[in-house]
Write a protein that binds this ligand. Structure first.
Ligand code: COA
Length: 426
């Protein structure tokens, strides 16, 4: 980084108007400045220390900034501490001086010191790989549904729609629980997050309407989220109850279609996983299957991450032909490696690997680790374009070694492809 600048963390005395001015200039949008203001004052669990700043030493002027937004994700029942790098910007005249690299170095250190298992970002392509972030969990889909596939009215429909209020938070928390059990990786939102979503978030570019639909006779309820802004010109539906029934979904389509027409939106866009129940139903009716973007994810400490998901790995092993396995399985990532030490099906320890030979070794370049560990792709899919992911014996094949090598099926078991989807927390 250019030595005329210094990196520091925010504190309670941080002047938000300074941040707002920076973001207004960087993004040329008042919305981003407002988002910074509202996040700073109201986002639950976001302390001022999580704002990272690059200042010019001579003038103390703010030149670049970003924020580490804490999230809780869940992986098959295990809570994962996640830090999202957000509101990333360097003023035009200070660009290409390594300020974002400097801020990322500081962020990485904070993530390591404070036990963040994943660093995530929803940002622009072609930039964040510079800092060890790789596309690893699907994000932002376009399942576009034209109006002609859905009716205008449903005669005598028992489903009514009303905006969600704070009284609905217990129900929304239950809905979240059902959603989390459907996916491998998901977001865990607590009462404070829902409170923020239903209040302060409304005044940001993420502001959304939440509707509860209720069956007039049975009282059965479902919900949906309809953001006010987002990519594409259609009306976006970005959350739908995971267990929504087909008839309630049809009622939702009719309701959303009316809303879209009122808002002058030419189609519905489901920003959902293609294999979510609602996404599936929309596609089956003739909506266009989407090709999602993805979260860019870094795993600052791979050994700590593997330790964190030990119970997930144990469950996978227990359900396989390796049930009760004892021994060491090594992930050889060239610059670093990780030994998973198993005893009768229990993952007793994960430690940085030694230089001693390990018969059960699976190799991959470290940039592929998030894709494999988070179930985004199987190693076999990755190998199509990356021969540097392979069971150790694959490319060299000494006979006696190959005969003993079970690292391919073991990797299939421990790191299968899974279905993940992460709703927003703001
Ligand atoms: C993208 C942006 C944050 C880069 O900030 P910066 O302080 O100039 O970045 P750095 O100088 O630290 O560059 C770090 C590395 O990324 C590369 N890089 C810089 N801008 C890049 C870009 N737009 N695309 C791809 N790579 C880029 C640099 O060459 C450098 O690589 P190197 O260290 O190997 O030489 C800045 O251009 C910006 O604020 N743009 C407008 C807002 C924006 O797009 N924000 C991101 C939203 S997700």
């Amino acid at each position: 980084m250019d030595s005329n600048y210094t990196i520091c963390r925010g504190d309670a005395a941080l002047d938000v108007s300074e941040l707002k001015t920076l973001y207004r200039d960087v993004f040329q949008q008042e919305d981003v400045a407002e988002l910074a203001d509202i996040l700073f004052h109201h986002a639950p669990g976001l302390p001022p220390e999580n704002w990272l700043l690059a200042r010019e030493k001579n003038t103390n002027a703010l030149a670049a900034a970003c924020v580490l937004i804490p999230w809780t994700w869940e992986m098959e029942g295990v809570a994962i501490k996640v830090g999202e790098q957000g509101l990333v910007g360097t003023l035009d005249e200070h660009r290409k001086k390594g300020l974002m690299r400097g801020l990322n170095d500081a962020l990485r250190q904070i993530m390591l010191d404070e036990g963040y298992l994943l660093g995530v970002i929803q940002g622009i392509p072609g930039f964040y790989h510079n800092f060890g972030y790789y596309y690893s969990v699907p994000l932002n889909n376009h399942i576009d549904a034209p109006f002609h596939i859905m009716p205008d009215e449903l005669e005598g429909s028992p489903w009514t729609f009303a905006p969600a209020t704070k009284e609905d938070i217990p129900f929304l928390l239950e809905e979240d629980e059902r959603y989390r059990s459907y996916y491998s990786i998901s977001v865990k939102r607590d009462r404070a997050v829902w409170d923020y979503l239903l209040t302060h978030s409304k005044n940001t570019e993420y502001g959304s309407d939440y509707f509860i639909t209720k069956h007039s006779k049975t009282g059965q309820r479902f919900y949906c989220r309809i953001p006010g802004q987002g990519f594409g010109s259609g009306l976006i539906v970005s959350e739908v109850s995971i267990d929504i029934s087909p008839d309630a979904f049809m009622a939702l389509l009719v309701f959303a279609k009316k809303l879209a027409r009122e808002r002058d939106k030419p189609y519905l866009r489901f920003d959902l996983h293609n294999d979510s129940p609602a996404g599936n139903m929309a596609i089956a009716m003739g909506a266009k299957k989407g090709y999602p973007y993805a979260w860019q994810i870094s795993i600052p400490d791979k050994v700590a991450f593997l330790r964190g998901i030990a119970s997930v790995l144990e469950k996978r092993l227990a359900g396989s032909c390796f049930k009760g396995f004892s021994g060491v399985y090594r992930l050889e990532m060239f610059a670093e490696n990780a030994d998973l030490v198993w005893s009768r099906g229990v993952l007793e320890e994960v430690r940085p690997g030694t230089t001693e030979e390990c018969p059960l070794t699976f190799c991959l370049n470290q940039d592929l680790f998030p894709l494999l560990a988070l179930g985004h792709r199987t190693w076999r899919e990755l190998q199509h374009t990356r021969p540097d992911i392979f069971p150790a014996a694959q490319h060299v094949r000494p006979f006696d070694y190959l005969a003993r090598d079970q690292s391919a099926p073991m990797t299939d078991v421990l790191f299968p492809k899974t279905k993940s989807w992460v709703y927003e927390r703001y």
